[in-house]
Every structure is written in C-alpha cells, then in structure tokens.
Design a protein around this ligand. Sequence first.
Ligand code: APR
Ligand code: ZN
Length: 374
Amino acid sequence: VLCQQTITCRAAIAWKTNSPLAIEEVQVDPPKAGEVRIKLKSTGICGSDDHVLKGLVPMHFPLIPGHEGAGIVESIGTGVSSVKPGDKVLILVIPQCRECNSCLHLKGNFCEKQDVLPASGLMMDGTSRFTCKGKRIYHSFRTSTFSEYTVVPEFSVAKIDDAAPMDKICLISCEVPTGYWAAVHSAKVTPGSICVVFGLGGIGSAVVMGCKASGASRIIGVDINEEKFPRARALGVTDCLNPRNLKKPVQQVVKEMTVVGVDFAFEAIGLVDTMLAAWDSCNQSYGVCLIIGWAPPNTKLCLEAETIISGRTMKGVCLGDYKTRDCIPQLVTCYLQNKINIDPLATHQLPFDQIHKAFELYHAGKVIRCILLF
Ligand code: APR
Ligand code: ZN
C-alpha cells in the first residue's frame, strides 16, 4: 500500500537547546523509497534524549527528539519489503542496514548508517520529513519518536511479534537491550562474579537485571540519588553506594569491599569521572569495564598508561553488541515467553500530551522509565 498523503499530527518540538518542549501541529511527509511511516503507540524518555535537549551532544535544531519507540506501520515507501502497513514494530536508534562494513562483520553492530555519531538530523537523502509552521524540522537519530507519526529508514525498523503489548514494549527498542545485553552478551557476566554498576537509572537498572540473570553473586550499585536504591535492591543490587556520602573516592571503597576489585564494572551515566571510577574498581588482572554511558563530545578519558599491561579490559558497547534488527525481535519474544521481565523498569506511564510532566519526573529522579502513551 503506497500512501502519498501528508499527515498532520502532534509532535514535541525542541526549538532550541535548554528550552521546554513545545507540543505543535506538524506535517509528516509520506515515506520516500526505502522508508517507513509509523504511528507511534509508546515511547520512553531515555538519558540520551535529555543529553540532546541540554545540548550536551551536537544536534541540529529545531528537532523532534525521542528514539525509544514502538508503533504500527502506517505506510511504506517503494522498495520496502521487511514490513507492511499494520505490522507492529520497534524503532531502532542503531540500525542494521545489512550492507555496511560493520553489519557484514561477524562482531560489529555499530551500523555505518546510524545517525548518532555524527548526527545529520536528516534522512538518507539529506532532507527532512517534518514541517512545522512552514519550517523544516530536523529528525533526531532518524527516529524522532516524540511524535504521533514519524518516518524512519526501513533499516531502522524491526518487525515484532503481534502479541507484544504496545504500552511498554518500547523499552525493548533501547533501554532493555542496552543494559541487559551489555551484561549478558557483551560482558558475559559469569556465575558467582562480582559486579559494580555506576548509575541506577533506566539503563543501569537493566544492567543490574542482566548481572542478576547471569548469576552474579554480588552487585554493587552506585548512584548519587538514594531514591534509586530501593528499586535497585529489588532488581538484585546487594550493596548501594552514594559517592557523595563517602569519605573516600568510590573506587577505593569498592576495592576495599571486594579486596581484589570487581570482575565486571559498568558505567551507565555518561561522565568521564564515573568511567574512570568504573575502570579503577576492576580487578587489575581480569577485570572488564564496560562503558555504556554517552559522554559529551571533546571530552577525553585519561588512564594511567603504566597500569594497562596488567590485563584489564575496557570496552564500549551499544545495544549489547547485537545486530539490532536480527536480535531485538528475539528479545521481544523472550519477554512474551516470560524469560525476561521488563515490567519493573516501566515505573511510570503518562499520555503523550503530558510530556512536560514526564520530564519533570525524570529530572526529579523519581522514575526508572516514564513511558509516554499515544
Ligand atoms: N555518580 C553516580 N550516579 C550519577 C552521577 C554521578 N556523578 N550522575 C548521575 N548519576 C545517576 C543519576 O542519579 C541517575 O540515576 O545516573 C543515573 C542516570 O540514569 P538516567 O538519567 O535514567 O539515564 P539512562 O537512561 O539510564 O542513561 C544513562 O546511558 O545510554 C546512555 O546516553 C545515556 O549517558 C546516558 C546513560
Ligand atoms: Zn550497516
């Protein structure tokens, strides 16, 4: 079904950095060749969206933010074969084009057609599908899920099981795989191991779930917001640390608690200092440090060079090193089969038009994930 109509709907627009989102009437163009237009059902508010709105990562404004989304295919452009109107889909911040060097490599998953590093804010043909008050509006990550309708490339769309509950499955487009897979697949956390997780927000909580599922015997959670501790403990954190209440640097406390340092350290905040603390918390010989948080551009991570040879590993990871379009639908199926429970991560739900309230709750540190429903 080829639909050539422009759709007028509501979307949240960031006209500039550090200004409140404005819910506006926007025109969403029909999908061009290789593109898919999606009616959103739910979208999550992730730390990366907050980085974008604060201007911590370079993006073009005005833009429609949001990247963690679930919806129904409304129409497809020419040549699209993997989805059809009516399909339930997840929108992928890291696509899988199946043609580029990374996609063809056995291990890589950072598809070269991603629009994160660097971000053009435009579709593959260099144009945008959104207009508001006669002005062109940029996309974010070619996902822009804070809109009733969005247009994304086919390679950024994963068709999922028809039985998926659309009011929370959006978490499986980013938060759950980013955290959970980092632990179970990328780090391959081993039974009986000791882990530390820096940041107990949405991503860090999913990391904790992955450590627990992998049989970690001890999971140390680090966060400056102690309101995160009860939920973290419920997910499997055994020891909670607030660096602001410690007399020594947190890495020193972790080292003392564990004597030899941890087997696995995860950074799920996006700050250089906590990345270094995660590295320093690791066992010097076999410790593995995974960086999940997105640091601002032009910041440098400075390690003591002479300590590198002892054998520790530092590794960056997005979406758990899995090829997204191949693997994310499988994670949805795991959820439907009760092999993974994402429900504790979906702490809040609000209608889309209460997006301001959702960001207030996020900034107040009250939520793990607030999901917006369309
Ligand atoms: N030390 C410890 N914890 C901190 C610090 C700090 N200096 N600064 C912030 N935190 C905590 C916050 O209190 C919060 O609980 O880190 C957590 C971050 O969680 P969220 O804001 O929910 O963000 P999330 O969606 O989990 O993303 C985390 O991962 O993918 C990246 O871009 C994303 O960099 C971001 C990170
Ligand atoms: Zn690719």
